[in-house]
Ligand binder design. Structure first.
Ligand SMILES: Cc1cc2nc3c(=O)[nH]c(=O)nc-3n(C[C@H](O)[C@H](O)[C@H](O)COP(=O)(O)O)c2cc1C
Length: 155
């Protein structure tokens, strides 16, 4: 069956759903994502996807742990930097290392540390379901918003 819509309209429709912005990080790398979503409170699960052609998902997930860093409205530059393959991106960003060996970016709205609960391969993506192990949220920070390919602030 042929599609009854143009690819550019599909992109616009998907981009019309405003999201927050996060950096998914693990033992050595991190990359910008907006596919994060909560999945379940009990058990405490989240989901996001990795585009396999761009990110080495096997290396990223190899320790079985990772972090979702929820970016704040003054971290647009970090979002842009972690959407590149800049080899220096982690080293040039203020961060800590958790007891599980994960990169935690400083000054974010917060972070959620997770263990890998399940991985599902779909076309050129892998859906990653994570189980929440630790978290820390700063009530005083506002999130960075992404809408139709542009960064926005929460008014
Ligand atoms: C706003 C935004 C959202 C993104 N969301 C995702 C995502 O959900 N999953 C993904 O695999 N890549 C996503 N990307 C693309 C990655 O950030 C990009 O491919 C990055 O360069 C990968 O870095 P790496 O090669 O060091 O892993 C997004 C980029 C931007 C700017």
């Amino acid at each position: 069956m042929s599609s009854q819509f143009k690819t550019e309209d599909l992109k616009k429709a998907f981009g019309s759903f405003a999201t927050g912005v996060a950096v998914a990080s693990s033992h050595s790398n991190g990359f910008t994502i907006n596919s994060f979503s909560s999945l379940s409170l009990d058990p405490p699960l989240i989901i996001f996807n990795i585009y396999k052609s761009e990110t080495d998902h096997v290396d990223f997930l190899k320790t079985g742990f990772f972090v979702i860093n929820i970016l704040s409205d003054n971290q647009k530059d970090i979002s842009k930097k972690f959407a590149t393959k800049n080899k220096d991106k982690v080293a040039s960003t203020s961060h800590k290392i958790s007891s599980n060996g994960n990169i935690i970016i400083d000054d974010a709205v917060g972070h959620i540390e997770l263990s890998v609960f399940q991985q599902i391969d779909i076309a050129d993506h892998v859906l990653v379901i994570g189980r929440v192990e630790n978290l820390n949220i700063d009530d005083d920070k506002k999130p960075l918003i992404y809408y139709r390919s542009r960064y926005q602030d929460l008014k």
